[in-house]
Design a protein around this ligand. Structure first.
Ligand code: NAP
Length: 310
């Protein structure tokens, strides 16, 4: 019907994009998945995934992604490496511009570009990511049974996850840059009442220190100028999430104040033929299993759109 090269382009190769790719390939759509680097996404930030069903012993984030990619490839999913820099999504033929200057046309798009944790940007943070520095308490908390850990941040995520971490850790130190938390009062009260949580307010982490075994502690600078070393084996950076949305027409998609993309329950954005799945969506729960489920739903919505617009 149109001159579009593909029925469907999936942008992003994390769990949402790879599951969408699997479903699109099995549906025999003319589809391609575009990923800017290696496939994977945020799940690669965690050593071990214990909460993805089907793997009773758990599985490494790397291996899980490897299996997802292999499964999609078995059904012939085409993938293309390259960064999408712009998208024209308004009309019946969508156009995606690539970093190398080329472009791809298609009739439907699934945006699965994901999100990334905000980084603190201190020395040692990158070096010890996956070896004591974590951005996901749900994923990595159980590894710190009986140990002392630090949480950086004072918002709902930081305080909620600090409470979650007390299930495992002997002590959780919440380090926050102001003397007042941002989290809602009810969460604050729950945290204040928890004997395993200690607050280090008016303070900033200056450096993560460690050795061959991983993190050994953090250097803290208090706002009054004094400094100290806090010995911990885990540091959870929970200072917010940033959507990977640089390439998206945010106003047209009706992005929320944080830049995430709203969809309906079928993963349809407000632009016809454009779906979003996974962490880029405006939503509360960001897990591998939800991303995968949304990738599947998005393809079913894309098929329906292609059928009716074809
Ligand atoms: P957030 O509300 O933006 O809070 C980020 C926290 O990190 C703030 O306390 C902030 O400090 C701190 N921070 C940011 N940059 C920092 C830096 N460079 N150095 C040190 N500290 C830094 O993010 P969030 O907690 O991830 O929550 C995101 C959204 O999800 C919010 O709207 C939140 O309400 C919502 N959420 C809701 C629930 C719930 O309802 N149960 C649970 C989780 C998340 P300042 O306070 O000084 O700015």
């Amino acid at each position: 019907m149109s001159a579009a090269a593909y029925d469907l382009v999936i942008v992003g190769g994390g769990p949402a994009g790879l599951t969408a790719g699997l479903y699109a390939a099995r549906a025999m759509l003319r589809a391609v998945l575009i990923e800017k680097g290696a496939v994977g996404g945020q799940v690669l930030l965690t050593d071990w995934v214990d909460n993805y069903p089907g793997f009773p012993e758990g599985i490494s984030g790397f291996e899980l992604i490897d299996k997802m990619a292999a499964q999609a490839a078995r059904f012939g999913l085409a993938t293309r490496l390259g960064a999408v820099t712009a998208m024209e999504l308004g009309g019946p033929v969508k156009r995606l511009v690539l970093e190398d200057g080329g472009d791809i046309t298609c009739r439907a798009v699934i945006i699965a570009t994901g999100a990334r944790p905000r980084q603190l940007g201190v020395p040692g943070e990158e070096e010890f990511t996956g070896r004591g520095v974590s951005y996901c308490a749900t994923c990595d908390g159980p590894f710190y049974r009986g140990q002392e850990v630090a949480v950086v941040g004072g918002g709902n995520t930081a305080v909620e996850e600090a409470i979650f971490l007390t299930r495992f850790a002997a002590k959780v130190h919440v380090i926050h840059r102001r003397n007042e938390l941002r989290a809602t009062r009810i969460l604050q009260e729950e945290a204040f009442a928890n004997p395993k949580i200690a607050f280090v307010l008016d303070s900033r982490v200056q450096r993560v220190r460690g050795g061959a075994q991983g993190v050994e502690g953090v250097d803290i600078r208090h706002n009054d100028g004094t400094e100290r070393f806090l010995p911990v084996t885990g540091v959870f950076m929970l200072i917010g999430t940033r959507p990977n949305n640089d390439m998206l027409p945010l106003a047209e998609l009706g992005a929320d104040a944080q830049g995430f993309i709203p969809t309906d329950g079928e993963m349809r954005t407000r632009l016809a033929g454009v779906m979003a799945a996974g962490d880029i969506r405006s939503k509360a729960v960001r897990q591998v299993v939800t991303a995968a489920g949304e990738g599947a739903v998005a393809v079913l919505a894309a098929e329906e759109y292609l059928h009716h617009s074809g």
